[in-house]
Design a protein around this ligand. Structure first.
Ligand code: HPA
Length: 277
C-alpha cells in the first residue's frame, strides 16, 4: 500500500463496524509497554489487527496488536493497544490508515502516546512529557502518510501544521497532572526511522536542533489526525536517558521496564482528561 484510497478506509471501517456498533468519539494509540490502559475499557470489543483488511501488523514485543473499542470514563473510545512502526516494514500509508479509520468512524480527538528517549538532560526515565510540538524529520525527507492523491473530504492538499497539538487539550492535561501530582514535562518530540537507537553524534545533533525526546512513531499519526481536523493530545513516556556521552547503552528491555512506571501515571493522566472532555 503506497497511498490510501477511500476504498481502503471504507473497507477497514466496515470490517470494524461489523463487530461493534460503537461510534467512537476518541481515538487513542498506546505505545511501547503502555497498553495496560486498554485492559480496563468497559464493554470492550477486542479485534485482532490481522482481522482488518490493510491494517498494519504490530510485530514488536510490548505491542499487543489489538483494536479495542468500548467505554472509558464515560467516553466512547477506539484504542490501538500497540501500533505498527515504519521500521517493521509497513508503509506510511498503512500507519495513516489507522487514524483515517478512526476519522471515518466519527472520532474527533486523538490521544497519541509513545515511549521515548530523553534528549533533554533534565528529563528522568519514568516521567511523562506533554508533546507541545514535533519535528517531522522523516517526513521532511518524503516519508509522509499524506503522499499520494489528496483525500479532499478529510482535509486540504497542503495542511497547516502550526498547531498540531491542541492548546486546550494541553491545558487540560496540565491541570489533571497538577491535581493528581503526576510529574509532567513538556517538550519537542522527534520521530526517526529506527530501529537503531541513536549514536552519540545523532543525539548531539538532535539536541542542537531543539529536540527534547526521540522516538520512532507518533508524528505520522498526528499528521494524519491534524490533516483530518482532529484535535490531538500527545504524551511521551520517558523510558531512557539518551546516550549523549556514549557511555550508556539503550535496550528495548529498558524501554519496556520503564513502561511499568510510566503506564500507571499515563493512565491517571488520560483518565483525568477523558473525564473532562
Ligand atoms: N530512541 C529512539 N526511540 C526510543 C528511545 C530512544 O532512546 N526510547 C524509546 N524509544
Amino acid at each position: 500500500m503506497n497511498f490510501l484510497t477511500r476504498e481502503d478506509i471504507d473497507t477497514a471501517a466496515h470490517a470494524i463496524g461489523e463487530q461493534t456498533p460503537i461510534k467512537p468519539r476518541i481515538g487513542m494509540i498506546l505505545g511501547s509497554g503502555l497498553g495496560a490502559l486498554a485492559d480496563s475499557i468497559e464493554a470492550a470489543v477486542k479485534i485482532p489487527s490481522e482481522d482488518i483488511p490493510g491494517w498494519p501488523a504490530s510485530t514488536v514485543e510490548g505491542h499487543a496488536g489489538l483494536l479495542v473499542l468500548g467505554e472509558l470514563e464515560g467516553q466512547s473510545v477506539f484504542v490501538l493497544q500497540g501500533r505498527a512502526h515504519y521500521y517493521e516494514g509497513v508503509s506510511m500509508a498503512q500507519i495513516g490508515l489507522t487514524v483515517r479509520v478512526m476519522q471515518r468512524m466519527g472520532a474527533e480527538i486523538l490521544i497519541v502516546t509513545n515511549a521515548a528517549g530523553a534528549v533533554n538532560p533534565d528529563f528522568i526515565p519514568g516521567e511523562l512529557m506533554l508533546i507541545t510540538d514535533h519535528i517531522n524529520l522523516i517526513g521532511m525527507a518524503g516519508l509522509t502518510p499524506l503522499r499520494g492523491p489528496n483525500l479532499d473530504e478529510y482535509g486540504p492538499r497542503f495542511p497547516d501544521m502550526s498547531q498540531v497539538y491542541d492548546r486546550d487539550l494541553m491545558a487540560l492535561a496540565r491541570e489533571v497532572a497538577t491535581e493528581n501530582e503526576v510529574p509532567l514535562r513538556e517538550g519537542i518530540y522527534i520521530c526517526l526511522g529506527g530501529p537503531t537507537f541513536e549514536t552519540p553524534a545523532d543525539l548531539r545533533f538532535l539536541r542542537g536542533i531543539g529536540v527534547d525526546a526521540v522516538g520512532m512513531s507518533t508524528v505520522a499519526e498526528a499528521t494524519v489526525a491534524r490533516h483530518g481536523g482532529m484535535r490531538v493530545l500527545g504524551v511521551s513516556g520517558i523510558s531512557n536517558k539518551a546516550n549523549l556521552d556514549g557511555e550508556t547503552i539503550t535496550t528495548h528491555e529498558e524501554v519496556l521496564k520503564a513502561g511499568v512506571v510510566i503506564a500507571p501515571r499515563l493512565s491517571v493522566l488520560i483518565r483525568g482528561v477523558l473525564r473532562q472532555l
